[in-house]
Write a protein of this length. Structure first.
Length: 381
């Protein structure tokens, strides 16, 4: 998007904009860290639009050492950063410690008169806020309302943010990107492979909210029906807990824990899968779902959060209600039993990913957001 394009699209045009992204760091992986890695990888693209990025990493609150590091190291470093030439501080927010850290830094940024963007990445933010004290509930509202712009990773999260913000003004729904998968999407189209044992792929944090137990139950039911399929789980988490679950469901012989994958190893996992399945109970966006789509893999997900934007039900994959194991089984079975259908749905998924979530399209949306924020008369209070 050049300056003339920006003018035609309604985005403001102004001189160089310096944006400081505030998020996790110090070895953290997945989630917001993945989003920031994607943005960092596109620094040159944004610089060509006179949007200059820098990044501020914060220590997590998982230990006393982390809390002390934030208080004694991060806050002083942030103070120094605010003394520099920063126009917009872009806060990438999740729940619990992520929210507490970003809100404290947000208050400091406001003392320096900096413009601010509140970017919500969590699919369970409302649950977190409702279950918190009155002080935290008020802080969530002040943060969302006070920011010059609010960014949500999906339409469902946008609706949630607008409730805290009290308006949809200044709200931008900007999805995530998957640069590596997008670059690999131009490879040879997938074909139905009937010669190798099929497997279901899952990529993400191995946690309760991701619906892994539902997926293992589905695998057991499929086996009882005589449908034998493998399940490859890529990601980090409590492996012992999930190995016990696989054994309890009598599918341990079909489940393979492949660990945290990067680069070509992860792409290969997607490419060779018959189905990508993530039956999450909440999901703000779903970067791994987008990666699978770019590589032409049909998705079976749940009708929550980012899946509602990503997956077109019965065209690029299937959506089921969270916890509906029987319907999950039926949808997976359809794709396993019809390899040609799986390929067609995967091809439609790739088209949808390229048309809606390409790096180019998402970058333009960020640029428009930043230009509009800079066009505002001053930071909100």
């Amino acid at each position: 998007m050049n300056k003339k394009d920006a003018e035609r699209s309604g985005c403001g045009v102004s001189p160089v904009v310096r944006v400081l992204h505030v998020g996790p760091g110090w070895g953290q992986r997945g989630g917001i860290a993945s989003v920031l890695a994607e943005l960092a990888g596109e620094r040159e693209r944004f610089a060509a639009q006179e949007i200059l990025f820098s990044f501020f990493e914060t220590h997590g609150f998982q230990s006393i050492k982390g809390v002390l590091s934030f208080l004694l190291l991060d806050i002083p470093r942030f103070f120094v950063a605010m003394c520099g030439d920063v126009n917009i501080v872009h806060f990438h927010v999740s729940v619990r410690g992520s929210f507490y850290r970003k809100y404290m830094l947000y208050l400091l940024a406001r003392l320096f008169g900096k413009k601010a963007a509140f970017h919500l990445h969590a699919g369970n933010f409302e649950r977190f806020v409702v279950g918190s004290s009155r002080v935290i509930r008020d802080a969530a509202s002040r943060f969302a309302r006070g920011a010059d712009a609010a960014v949500a990773v999906s339409s469902a999260i946008g609706d949630e943010v607008s409730r805290y913000r009290g308006t949809r003004d200044g709200l931008y729904v900007i999805g995530n990107t998957a640069r590596m998968a997008q670059a690999a999407s131009h490879a040879i189209p997938r074909k139905a492979n009937r010669n190798t044992p099929p497997y279901i792929a899952f990529v993400g944090r191995l946690a309760e909210g991701k619906g892994i137990d539902d997926l293992m139950k589905a695998l057991a039911i499929l086996a009882d029906r005589g449908v034998h399929v493998g399940l490859k789980l890529a990601g980090g988490g409590d492996l012992d807990r999930w190995k016990r679950a696989a054994s309890a469901h009598r599918v341990d012989h079909s489940v393979e824990f492949v660990g945290w994958l990067e680069g070509e190893e992860k792409l290969s996992l997607y490419r060779n899968a018959r189905v990508f399945c993530m039956p999450s109970h909440f999901e703000s966006f779903g970067i791994s779902t987008l990666e699978a789509m770019f590589l032409g893999v049909p998705v079976v997900g749940t009708s929550v959060g980012g899946f509602l934007d990503l997956v077109e039900d019965e065209r690029t994959g299937y959506l089921v209600s969270p916890g509906d194991v029987e319907r999950l089984v039926d949808r997976i079975h359809i794709l396993l039993d019809n390899p040609d259908l799986a390929v067609r749905m995967g091809a439609e998924a790739a088209k949808r990913a390229c048309s809606r979530y390409s790096v180019e399209k998402i970058a333009d949306q960020y640029v428009c957001c930043y230009r509009n924020v800079m066009a505002l008369p001053g930071g909100k209070r």
